[in-house]
Design a protein around this ligand. Structure first.
Ligand code: NAP
Length: 288
C-alpha cells in the first residue's frame, strides 16, 4: 500500500511502492529513479553497463536491470527478471528513447524502423510482458513531437504519435476488466543530453539532408545543442510525474512546458492552417 504525504519542502511524498523505469541511466528516467528511490523500490533499466555503479550509488532501493530496447530477447529477459523479483509492480515508466531526424526524402528507412523498434514496439512488448504484475499505472514518456508538427524529425514525431495511439486504445480496451491507468506525458524541450546525442546518431542523415536543406539543417543543429541547456529543467517533468502518480484518476494525457502547450493548440487547428503556420515559422527561423 502507498502512503502519500507532503514532505518538509511541500513536495508530494510517495512511499512503499515499486517502480520499473526504462532509460534510467540518463535524463528524465534517471531523475525519476533518483526521486522515486528515496522512499520506494525502483527497478532501473540500463543498456550501457558503465552506468550500473552510478545507479547503485543513488540508493540501495535501486535494482538495476539490463535492457536493450532494440533486442527482443533482452526485453523478455528483463521482464522475466523483474517478475522473478516482484509479484507486484505499481508503476511502469517507459522512458527509454531517442530521436531519428533528417529529411524525409532521403532518410534511411531502416533508421525509421529502428526508431519505431526503440520508441514504440519495445515499450509495447515490455508492457505486455509486465501486465500480469502491473497494478496501478503505465506512464509513457511521449513528447510534444506526438502532435506531428516538427519538420526534419518526422520519424521521431511518428514514433511518439504511434506510441500514444497504441497505448490509448489499449487503455480503452482494458478498461472493462482492469483498473490499470495508462498515461501519456508529452514534454516540450527538456534540458537533457537527448538532443546532442541525436546529432551524433543522425550524422549520416544530416549529411544527406544538407543537399537541398543546408540552412534548415544548420538551424536544427544549433537548436539541438541549445536545447540541452535552454530546455525546461528535468525536475519539472519529475514533479509532474509524481503528481500523476499520486492521482487516483489521472488524465490520459499531460503536456508540460509552454512549447508543448502551444503545440497541443496548434494540432487542433485545420491541417491546412497548421501546415501554413509551420512552413512560415520554419522559413522565418532559417532566414535569421
Ligand atoms: N529531452 C527532451 O527534450 C524530451 C522531450 C520530450 C520527450 N522526451 C522523451 O523523454 C524520454 C527520455 O529522454 P531524455 O530526454 O531523458 O534523453 P536521454 O537523457 O538521452 O535518456 C534516454 C535514455 O534512454 C535510453 N535508451 C535509448 N535507446 C535505448 C535502447 N535502444 N535500449 C535501452 N535504452 C535506451 C538511454 O540509454 P543510453 O544512455 O544507453 O543511450 C537513456 O538512458 C525519451 O523517450 C524522449 O523521447 C525528451
Amino acid at each position: 500500500m502507498s502512503i502519500n504525504l507532503i514532505d518538509a519542502q511541500g513536495d508530494i511524498l510517495i512511499t512503499n511502492r515499486k517502480y520499473v523505469i526504462t532509460g534510467a541511466t540518463s535524463g528524465i528516467g534517471n531523475a525519476l529513479a533518483v526521486r522515486f528511490s528515496k522512499n520506494n523500490v525502483v527497478f532501473a533499466g540500463y543498456r550501457n553497463k558503465d552506468f550500473v555503479e552510478n545507479l547503485k550509488k543513488i540508493s540501495s532501493n535501486i535494482i538495476p536491470f539490463y535492457i536493450d530496447m532494440e533486442e527482443k530477447g533482452s526485453i523478455s529477459r528483463a521482464a522475466e527478471y523483474i517478475k522473478s523479483q516482484a509479484d507486484k509492480i505499481d508503476v511502469l515508466v517507459n522512458a527509454a528513447g531517442y530521436v531519428v531526424g533528417g529529411a524525409m526524402e532521403s532518410v534511411d528507412v531502416d533508421d525509421i524502423r529502428k526508431q519505431f523498434e526503440v520508441n514504440v514496439f519495445s515499450h509495447l512488448d515490455f508492457s505486455q510482458q509486465l501486465l500480469p504484475v502491473l497494478k496501478d499505472k503505465i506512464i509513457n514518456i511521449s513528447s510534444m513531437a506526438s502532435f506531428g508538427i516538427f519538420p526534419f524529425i518526422a520519424p521521431y514525431c511518428a514514433s511518439k504519435r504511434s506510441l500514444d495511439i497504441l497505448f490509448n486504445l489499449m487503455q480503452i480496451e482494458m478498461s472493462a476488466k482492469s483498473a490499470l491507468k495508462i498515461v501519456s506525458v508529452k514534454p516540450g524541450v527538456i534540458a537533457t543530453a537527448l538532443w546532442g546525442k541525436s546529432m551524433e546518431l543522425n550524422k549520416k542523415s544530416i549529411e544527406k539532408a544538407k543537399d537541398g536543406y543546408a540552412e534548415a539543417i544548420e538551424y536544427l543543429r544549433e537548436s539541438a545543442y541549445k536545447n540541452q541547456t535552454n530546455g525546461l529543467n528535468v525536475e519539472k517533468v519529475v514533479d509532474l510525474i509524481v503528481k500523476i502518480d499520486s492521482c487516483r484518476r489521472p488524465k490520459s494525457s499531460y503536456t508540460i512546458g509552454a512549447d508543448a502547450k502551444v503545440a497541443a493548440i496548434f494540432s487542433m487547428l485545420p491541417q491546412r492552417l497548421v501546415n501554413f503556420m509551420v512552413k512560415k515559422l520554419l522559413h522565418q527561423k532559417i532566414k535569421r
